[in-house]
Design a protein around this ligand. Sequence first.
Ligand code: AQP
Length: 325
Amino acid sequence: MKKRIFSGIQPTGSIHIGNYLGAIKNWVQLQNEYDSIFCIVDLHALTNPQAVLKMQEKILDLATIYLSAGLNPKKCILFVQSQVPEHTELTWLLNTITPIGELERMTQFKEKAQQFKQSINMGLFDYPVLMAADILLYQTDVVPVGQDQKQHVELARMIARKFNHQFGETFNLPEALIYKNSAKIMSLSDPSKKMSKSMSQGCLFMTDSPDIIKDKIRSAVTDSGSEIKYDPKKPAIANLLAIYSAFSELSSNQIEQKYKNKGYADFKKDLAEIVIKGLEPFQEKKKALDKKPDFVKKILVNGAKKARKIARKNIFEAKKKMGLV
Ligand code: AQP
């Protein structure tokens, strides 16, 4: 039997190349090897006060992005989280065994609480338990994510272990799958911060036009010096090398050799071309799919039906173990 993977993205705004390289691009490969379930996590998005605006538009756009990037509904299940109510039901069950201290440790909570100082909501705090429910509901083996989500997958594993210990063997223990090279793409305007939808400055979006891509890469901040060489103390060039490497499949070493006697201007010009070329097939497909919203919606409805079938079976088992059935 194939191992199962589950992953998702929040419909919180335009999708950037961090989301693509850290998540979607890998999913496209993985759907060939794994029993694959990919989700649009709209309930997670509600924790961001801005997200409720035009939610349905953002959901449809993200689904279109998934399909245009190469996710194939014949090979994987694609659905919207809120269409499968068992996610919230399992969240409550898991809440009752999750220590508050564990949630207080979560880096994402600390960062978002800073970002949304005026509206720190309970959902933001409970986000990792909903994520644990997403994962455990499908008896997931592997969760492909960027580096930023590793801590949440570890928490899901801890919750599964605790549930199994307390109520008897029920959930698979999930593992995070992180692709080293593209695990954390940083902001082009501030390489000390990760590229993030909610801080659109410094993002290179998947739907950016060639001219915008050229502009953004030309004006990306650089470090002191002019050498094209990986150096952990120089986060800006390290980030641009990671993007170059992910789009070209060349290693950092090979890229350094190529630009041995050249400067940033040549490097950035070529990087822009490589990114434009890399995104071209996706952008063409998206333009065509944008004209077929009903086709995309139908895929999501069918996906939710398939996901729910699996979810129902597993939530029944969890409730039975807890004495609720
Ligand atoms: N900069 C990044 N580099 C590599 N991977 C990244 N991911 C996000 N940013 C980067 C990966 O994309 C997937 C989906 O992320 P998400 O939308 O669920 O939430 P996020 O991690 O919080 O992404 P953003 O862009 O920062 O969104 P907002 O600003 O809305 O919170 C995950 O697999 C994540 O690791």
